[in-house]
Design a binder for this molecule. Structure first.
Ligand SMILES: [Zn+2]
Length: 600
């Protein structure tokens, strides 16, 4: 069982191994599937129309004696856990937690020795209390008139407000502080969660969110990890204010509405990425439940990872204005290297001046879904956008077109897709495909991807430094440990490793391991496949450890190696400082002698 990396924080511990083993015997596959797909008894088995492919006659079968399901139509099969993973779009640990929850079982975690687990629980508890506090405020008589007039203006229904647990923070400066002021521990937690801010001039704290509609941001389990606040009167700035980065919340890793999309969508054929949380809520209210929003940040690679785990069809929805186009272009650049087999990314642009909220209210759910259907493919957008920036009807323009397209295509790792896009490029400039491919190969040689890590390993090998050998060995060992046990890394490890000289390959591997759990060794080293020398070394390092270590031993060894590297580095810095000092003294001495010999 690998350590589970929550998308929102790394403080969640292992689930107890015995618990997982026991769980299978304590649950009933019929009960679990029947909650999601209505089953009919057929002999000793149960049947239904398959939730994983389109069919009219049931070929989806569940066998209670074997506790497995199997579809004779599409071939999907597995245990109850497999079913929940696939049907609810969850990863293994999420599925275990969901199933346990439904069966009324308390998940047993391995307790972390350093008590980070209980601290995380305290964070979740205080966030829940604050969320309830804001929910209470939204019903307070005092603010009812302004809240309801705002809700009316935005067409927000009470039902959807309840579903998303939307609350209100009153305009007073310290209402939240007042509520908790006698509880020192809670105050400390609230400060860590960014909800209270210390006053500069006098004692005490004030509330971060004031006079705002409060949108709790949930993790996949529905726990509140942060808040987004929308100012209710149009003059208050900023219009949108989010929680800062906290131990529970990192905006580059979170998507607003993902929990609700998973919870309320029967099957997620595609996932629509919009710009604001009001858009998500409004779409949801109109029956489009498969929408999420990033939180005050452009699309990140982590977002693409999370989205592609949820659905193989990602539709980015942007405003039709220049800002929207630019944001879309950024998303395209981030998405290209992330495209893999089966993943389709599309773009839709709304008419100028409209956002998803306004357009779905003006039009209808059907009209909005039609827009989703008519969204353009990533390659279409790529070609169109480049053409917009050049004069395509000239030879010079076509040359620029090729250069700009090649520059993007070289970032694509999925070869099949890269080939297809190259074919598209050839069509665009009415040129032979093989000639275009040849030009692209030339281009790639002359314009290689500038890759930070490429230096690291070769530099370590070239530099001759007394401690270099042990340094190189340590670096190799650390890479080996992380490749074998990606679950042992934490944010703290990443930070320390980044501080070590020439550690960029290891840092990159650690980052991948933090972003996506359960990556295999091959997947971890794949980003380096274009750098032959490094890749070979990584392949060499990714073999099994001998002797075998358990995770705890591996973690301890990694931390010890980091310690050592830091010490070597500190020593190196001191000695190079002394060397430099000696060099200067030597130069001064020589200059002195020259002066003397010349009789100056
Ligand atoms: Zn099927």
């Amino acid at each position: 069982m690998k350590e589970y990396e929550n998308t929102s924080c790394n403080l969640v511990p292992y689930i107890d191994k015995d618990f997982i083993n026991d769980l299978s015997s304590r649950i009933d596959i019929i009960e679990i599937i029947n909650k999601r797909v209505s089953l009919k008894k057929a002999g000793k088995d149960y049947k239904a129309c398959c939730p994983f492919h389109n069919e009219k006659t049931p070929s989806f079968t569940v066998a209670p004696d074997k506790q497995i399901f199997h579809c004779f139509g599409c071939g999907e099969s597995g245990s109850a856990i497999d079913f929940v993973i696939k049907h609810d779009h969850l990863d293994f640990v999420e599925a275990i937690e969901t199933i346990a929850n439904e069966a009324g079982l308390q998940v047993i975690y391995e307790k972390n020795s350093d008590s980070t687990y209980s601290k995380t629980q305290e964070y979740f508890e205080i966030m829940k209390e604050v969320s309830d506090f804001y929910s209470l405020q939204i019903r307070s008589k005092k603010y009812l008139p302004i809240i309801s007039s705002y809700a009316k203006k935005r067409g927000l229904s009470g039902d959807v407000a309840k579903k998303f647990e939307i609350g209100y923070s009153s305009p007073e400066w310290d209402l939240l502080f007042e509520k908790f002021k006698d509880d020192e521990k809670s105050i400390a937690r609230l400060v860590e969660m960014g909800l209270l801010i210390k006053r500069e001039k006098k004692e005490g704290y004030y509330d971060r969110f004031r006079g705002r509609l409060m949108f709790p941001i949930h993790n996949f389990k529905g726990q509140v990890i942060a808040f987004g606040g929308r100012s209710i009167d149009e003059e208050s700035q900023p219009k949108y204010l989010n929680s800062p980065e906290t131990p529970l919340f990192s905006k580059s890793k979170e998507l607003y509405g993902l929990y609700h999309a998973r919870k309320y969508s029967r099957s997620i054929d595609n996932i629509i990425v919009v710009e604001g949380y009001m858009d998500v809520v409004s779409l949801h209210q109109h029956g489009v439940t498969n929408a999420v929003a990033s939180l005050g940040t452009a699309t990140t690679p982590q977002h693409i990872d999370i989205l592609s785990k949820t659905s193989n069809n990602i539709v980015f929805c942007f405003d039709g204005d220049i800002a929207g186009k630019n944001a879309a272009w950024k998303a395209l650049n981030i998405a290209l290297p992330k495209i893999k087999a089966g993943l389709i990314i599309r773009f839709m642009f709304l008419p100028d001046g409209e956002d998803p909220d306004s357009i779905i209210r003006k039009e209808s759910k059907a009209a909005f879904l039609k827009r989703v259907d008519n969204s353009i493919t990533l390659s279409q957008f790529l070609f169109e956008h480049i053409k917009d920036t050049i004069d395509f009807n000239t030879i010079e323009g076509k040359t620029q077109f090729l250069e700009k397209a090649f520059d993007l295509i070289k970032t694509i790792e999925y070869d099949v897709y890269a080939k297809q896009i190259l074919e598209g490029v050839a069509n665009q400039v009415s040129q032979d495909v093989s000639k275009t491919e040849e030009m692209f190969r030339d281009f790639k040689v002359k314009n290689p991807i500038i890759f930070q890590p490429s230096e690291s390993m070769t530099v370590i090998e070239k530099k001759s430094h007394p401690s270099n050998d042990s340094y190189k060995k340590l670096m190799g060992r650390m890479i080996q440990l992380v490749l074998n046990y990606p679950s042992i890394v934490t944010d703290n490890v990443e930070e320390r490793v980044r501080g070590i000289n020439n550690s960029s390959v290891l840092t990159d591997i650690i980052r991948s391991a933090l972003l996506v759990e359960n990556l295999t060794r091959d997947e971890l080293i794949r980003p380096f496949k274009n750098q032959e020398q490094i890749f070979q070394r990584l392949q060499y390092l990714s073999k099994d450890l001998n002797p075998y270590l358990n995770e705890k031993q591996a973690r301890n060894e990694l931390l010890a190696a980091i310690d050592k590297c830091e010490k070597i580095q500190a020593k190196g810095q001191r000695s190079s400082f002394i060397r430099k000092k000696l060099e200067i003294e030597e130069q001064e001495r020589i200059a002195e002698e020259i002066k003397k010999s010349k009789g100056i």
